[in-house]
Write a protein that binds this ligand. Sequence first.
Ligand code: DC
Length: 224
Amino acid sequence: MKKPVIAIDGYSSTGKSSISKIIADKLGLIHLDTGALYRGITWFALQNCMDANDSINLKELFASLDQIELEFRNNDGELILYLNHIDISKQIRTPEVSDNVSLVAKQKEVRDFLLTSQRSLAEKGGIIMDGRDIGTVVLPNADYKFFLTASIDERTNRRYFELASLGIHTDREQVKQNLIGRDKIDSEREIAPLKQAEDATVIDNTSLTKEETIDLILSHIKKI
Ligand code: DC
């Protein structure tokens, strides 16, 4: 029997990726964190495509897209993102990348570059993909679609502690403003904005633990 295709979308820091990874392990699916791909391109741009004002030169980035090779490698169950064969899993979580990723992700050229590979990965089924436009644009025919949301204060706390666990110490208010700013740009962009697919199940996990959110999602997925 064909394994399912599951789309998990939602706001920043609702736990989409860590929840998707656990569900993938439980159901024997591949997990693709599509936000990491946008972060990888942003990291590349910050290293290679800056203009004299220290801003990303988008034209230069578009012209360089064919030099970008992004690949996930499995390291003891942990998916590590490589950019042109270099581990960038830590770099893509830095505030510098978080502050610039929404600008990069709203560009048509960047979204088109990633769309084909995301779709072809799902062709054989057996995948859970998390992001912002998976249920609406990337995989509109997914077998299951979920949309995660939570209060801004709860999401700020989660991101703040996630960064601290990576050794990145930052200001809580700065984390909150980054989340608010990103959600705004992601929701208001013209191409593939962050929005709930009409047929998605909405889960507000403000007062749910990670395990409770996982159980809730699993309760919607038929036994495979
Ligand atoms: O999930 P994340 O916070 O790591 O995602 C980083 C950014 O990438 C997010 O602010 C918007 C963008 N993104 C997107 O536009 N489409 C996706 N499918 C996934 C992420």
